[in-house]
Design a protein around this ligand. Structure first.
Ligand code: DGL
Length: 255
């Protein structure tokens, strides 16, 4: 039995959409979630900046928080920093990617929108995935600024942004890949605009992967008791840190 927490990182509260299915699957594990909102958005940063920032955070998760595994609950960080982090640290580093293969497996003939940050869409890692499973009926939508609107809960601007981005695809799109961990928090609005669509995101796959990696390395907690969830945000302002924490736990409760 290993009681050490599983560390999660994202540029903000979006990674809650990855933590929740992990917690559902592994309720007795404890989780330490780090939201790096002092440095968001990650989507517009260079590879070097993302790697350096993720390195600092993982170092803290490993050495101060004594995490037994780290989950990159951010598609951008996964696309740009996972390889580097796996080369440097010995603990399991679990990453997420836009669920484009799921479209190939489940509804390959459907007209598909892939929504992600610019950083993810331009990354080598995503491009390898895209060219491997390309159904030739896919539009890639780099959504600059979208994660920020969700992070800051600016509902009116969020709706206006999504209407402007998506209205031309209403009635045509069948599949929507949510390739940023913030975007599932805007599912209702996306559905309002596009009508009946299938959503694809990688969170469920990450939860299963955490379980199998921990089992393989004999790191599962297996206490049979509910684990703890701790949340820390990197904002300089204390009021902001508290606000983020409240919203995170509210989302964790209802997502
Ligand atoms: N949640 C992050 C992702 O999955 C990124 C948001 C940002 O741009 O900071 O890509």
């Amino acid at each position: 039995m290993n009681n050490a927490p599983i560390g999660f990182l994202d540029s903000g509260i979006g990674g809650v959409t990855v933590l929740k299915p992990a917690q559902n699957l592994l309720p007795d594990e404890s989780y330490f979630f780090f939201g790096d909102s002092a440095n968001n958005p990650y989507g517009d940063k260079s590879d070097e900046e993302i790697i350096a920032r993720c390195d600092e955070i993982v170092n803290m998760l490993v050495n101060e928080k004594k995490c037994k595994a780290v989950v990159l609950a951010c598609n951008t960080a996964s696309a740009k920093a996972a390889e580097f982090l796996r080369g440097k640290y010995t603990l399991p580093i679990i990453a997420i990617e836009p669920a484009y293969k799921m479209v190939h497996d489940l509804n390959p003939d459907g007209f598909t929108l892939v929504m992600a940050t610019r950083g993810t869409i331009e990354s080598e890692k995503f491009n390898r995935l895209y060219y491997k499973y390309n159904n030739n009926k896919t539009v890639l939508l780099p959504c600059a600024g979208l994660a920020d609107l969700i992070e800051q809960n600016r509902q009116e601007e969020l709706r206006a942004y999504l209407e402007n981005l998506l209205c031309g695809y209403a009635g045509r799109a069948e599949n929507v890949v949510l390739g940023c961990t913030h975007y599932p928090l805007a599912k209702d609005i996306i559905k309002d605009i596009l009508g009946e669509i299938k959503f694809f995101d990688g969170a469920q796959g990450v939860a299963k992967r955490i379980k199998s990696v921990l089992a393989e390395k004999d790191l599962l907690c297996g206490s049979g008791k509910q684990g703890r969830v701790e949340f820390v945000d990197s904002s300089a302002d204390e009021g902001m840190r508290l606000k983020k924490k409240e919203r995170f736990f509210e989302l964790l409760g209802k997502y």
